[in-house]
Write a new protein. Structure first.
Length: 472
């Protein structure tokens, strides 16, 4: 624990939804939900107005629609969010060389390493200035927590939401944590929390009262000892500027369960190609190929094959994923598929082509019994849920292709009416609201989906001269 609150945690407020409200004047102050809009989509972010109805992140979109039927439901614009995130991270980088991003909208900063704060007053001044700079640069708000450890700084930023700053003075940790639920401690999830509840431990104070020996007995030496230290407020984890990727993976959730074995294999091959493209983009290769299959009954299976050395060859990855698929029973249907590569390295083993032949190179996961396994990490480090890229059950018609291009919330430009965004589309028509970030709420007009005067457009900056992003 530090003697001064020089670890800062920034968490942007309802980031995706707030960015949409800022870019669409007609949605300001209204419930907005961002996520996958297909039958199996999930909520990525809900505005604070939507949260009052009980909508929250990771909730199935169908349930969100039942809770808040009058909210605006929008498809994410990830390129836009990344551009804004880049601006925020640049501001954090000016404070310290030690910035640890956790996602697009969240990061730790070591102010001590930046030499900007040595006491509570200095730390508070830095935090308040950062909040002002973020608002001026992006038009959005963020909440700041300051403390002597990462755990407490994150707790403080949660207390500060929305659009606030909370500083926890070193020495007050025990008093602050005591009455809180044990779930506030990092590493205590639903399973551990339930295990402790059955033992009569529900608050942080009760964790301390139980003592380290009892926690070790209940949870094992490593987890029990670590939990006891955290409950006392002791968290010596440093802010780490560079965090090595452990795996690269991609996955798709399908609107309709896949039953055709050939179609399933083609989807696995397509995912393998995408995974390799992402692998190469990160400058890595990998030794272990992982296949993930979620079946019709929500049971999730993984299979893995470890190669003799790291590769970034799409043929090797594709054929390894195909061999793993042969080990999985897809009878009854498949709702999700994923392909990943782990055991990453920054070099490639050349002599791997023999492993692409069927029946060779099977690794530790091959031939294992089919047992449920945890999910692979989906997509990039943004906390985005699976289901954002639904795959149609059959090739679309020309009309369907035109309609699908107009995703709700995405930007367009009309030759006569100017910039706007898609409110919805269907039956050969698309409805657009014409407004810009700095304008008054705009008018709504409807066009044919193939109107030559209407084209997709890049997002407009929220602040003049600010970040934009290509249409996601």
């Amino acid at each position: 624990m530090r003697a001064a609150p020089t670890i800062l945690h920034l968490d942007m407020d309802a980031f995706f939804a707030a960015a949409e409200q800022a870019s669409k004047p007609s949605l300001r102050g209204k419930p907005v939900v961002v996520g996958g809009l297909g039958p199996r989509g999930v909520v990525a972010t809900a505005s604070y107005e939507a949260r009052r109805f009980g909508v929250h992140s990771a909730m199935p979109m169908g349930q969100a629609r039942r809770l808040a039927p009058n909210a605006a439901y929008l498809v994410p614009r990830f390129a836009f969010y990344r551009a804004i995130s880049g601006q925020v991270m640049e501001l954090l980088g000016r404070l310290s060389p030690l910035v640890e991003p956790l996602s697009l909208d969240e990061a730790f900063v070591d102010l001590e390493a930046g030499g900007l704060a040595g006491d509570s007053a200095g730390a508070r001044a830095v935090g308040e200035r950062l909040r002002r700079d973020i608002l001026a640069t992006t038009g959005l708000t963020g909440s700041v927590g300051l403390a002597g450890s990462k755990m407490l700084a994150k707790i403080a930023s949660e207390e500060a939401k929305p659009d606030g700053l909370v500083l926890i003075e070193p020495g007050t940790e025990r008093e602050l944590l005591g009455p809180r639920s044990v779930r506030i401690i990092p590493g205590v999830g639903p399973a551990t929390g339930e295990h402790l509840r059955r033992a009569g431990i529900t608050t942080v104070a009760e964790v301390v009262e139980a003592g380290e020996d009892e926690l070790v007995r209940l949870l094992g030496r490593s987890h029990g000892a670590g939990l006891y230290r955290m409950a006392l407020g002791h968290d010596d984890r440093p802010v780490v500027a560079e965090r090595d990727a452990k795996s690269v993976s991609v996955e798709d959730t399908f609107d309709v369960d896949l039953h055709d074995r050939l179609r399933i294999r083609l989807e696995v091959e397509r995912l393998a190609e995408r995974c390799v493209a992402r692998l190469r983009g990160s400058g890595h290769s990998g030794r272990t190929i992982v296949l993930k299959v979620r079946r019709y009954d929500f049971s999730t299976l993984t299979r893995s094959e470890t190669l003799r050395g790291p590769t970034d060859d799409p043929v090797v990855v594709r054929e390894a994923a195909g061999r793993l698929l042969d080990l999985v029973d897809t009878t009854g249907g498949v709702r999700l598929l994923g392909v990943g590569v782990s055991g990453l390295a920054d070099y490639t083993q050349e002599d791997l082509f023999a492993q692409a032949e069927a029946g060779t190179g099977a690794g530790a996961g091959a031939g294992q019994p089919e047992t449920p396994a945890p999910d692979l990490a989906a997509g990039e480090a943004t906390g985005v849920p699976a289901g954002e890229e639904p795959v149609p059950p059959a090739p679309p018609t020309a009309t369907e292709t035109a309609e699908r291009r107009w995703s709700p919330g995405h930007d367009v430009r009309h030759a006569v009416h100017g910039a706007g965004w898609v409110q919805g589309s269907g039956l050969g028509r698309v409805t657009v609201r014409f407004e810009e970030p700095g304008s008054a709420p705009g008018r709504v007009r409807t066009f044919a989906v193939d109107d030559p005067d209407l084209t997709p457009s890049d997002p407009l900056p929220l602040v003049p001269g600010g970040a934009t992003g290509a249409v996601a």
